[in-house]
Design a protein around this ligand. Structure first.
Ligand code: FE2
Length: 247
């Protein structure tokens, strides 16, 4: 059985090794949502996506109102020969001293509920991300910071997926998964390698994803705008760092 367990029928060990080689070479890989959707049944994705309808405003960003809604949680994952094991870690504040906009800030995000952290949809996606991290590095013990984020863009206010501009987040790897995108334009991702041309693409269909080696590349996402009324962009971001070490 492969690193994903029995549910990973659309993503073979070979495809995983190819993605890992891509990341080793370029610092990132873009993953088609259609392939990642084979990792979980459609009804699991549907119920998992509903958790994005219950996110409080990101007060660290907006002071209460505004365009970004989010929750944060932490999980330890051990990648084994069969299914990975998951352990929910205590909630903490979130700190990113490497980014000038957030230096010195202890950001308080609402916790992700345990039923969301241990949902089969979360397990499928974080299981995939950690399997990929293991394929790249050979390590098997990971500590994840998990962010559920909804950007809401109105007629009068753009959504800013990366208000810090072009940046790196200070992790080993980051899995970035689109959950849904409605009435939304913009939101183009740019990955900047250390050498060569930047790569640009837009995550459009559920589970379109990008996985980056945060130490090798920087990234940025352009503002979102509504096509008609209210542009929604729901993302799952998975910060991936070796277990037992500082972020
Ligand atoms: Fe980022």
């Amino acid at each position: 059985m492969g690193a994903f367990g029995p549910a990973a029928n659309g993503f073979t060990e070979h495809a995983l090794e190819e993605a890992a080689a891509d990341i080793a070479r370029s610092g990132y890989t873009a993953l088609d949502g259609g392939r990642l959707r084979t990792l979980l049944p459609a009804d699991v994705l549907e119920t998992f996506s509903q958790f994005w309808n219950d996110l409080p405003a990101d007060e660290a960003l907006t002071g209460g109102g505004g365009y970004r809604y989010r929750r944060y949680g932490r999980v330890r994952v051990e990648v084994g020969a069969e299914e990975p094991s998951f352990e929910v870690l205590p909630h903490t504040t979130f700190r990113q001293d490497g980014i000038p906009l957030w230096r010195g800030a202890e950001r308080e995000f609402a916790p992700i509920e345990e039923k969301a952290l241990l949902h089969p949809g979360m397990a499928a996606l974080t299981g995939f991300d950690t399997a990929l991290a293991t394929a790249i590095s050979g390590r098997r013990s990971w500590e994840l910071g998990i962010h559920q984020i909804r950007m809401v863009a109105g007629q009068d206010e753009d959504g800013l997926p990366t208000p810090e501009g072009r940046h790196r987040d200070g992790h080993w790897y980051i899995g970035m998964h689109l959950l849904s995108r409605e009435d939304c334009q913009g939101g183009e991702s740019t990955i900047y390698p250390e050498q060569g041309e930047p790569a640009k693409f837009t995550l459009r269909t559920p589970l379109d994803s990008v996985f980056v080696d945060d130490r090798q590349v920087t990234h940025e996402v352009s503002p979102t705008k509504p096509i008609q009324h209210t542009g929604i962009r729901d993302m799952l971001l998975v910060d991936i760092n070796p277990g037992g070490e500082a972020r």
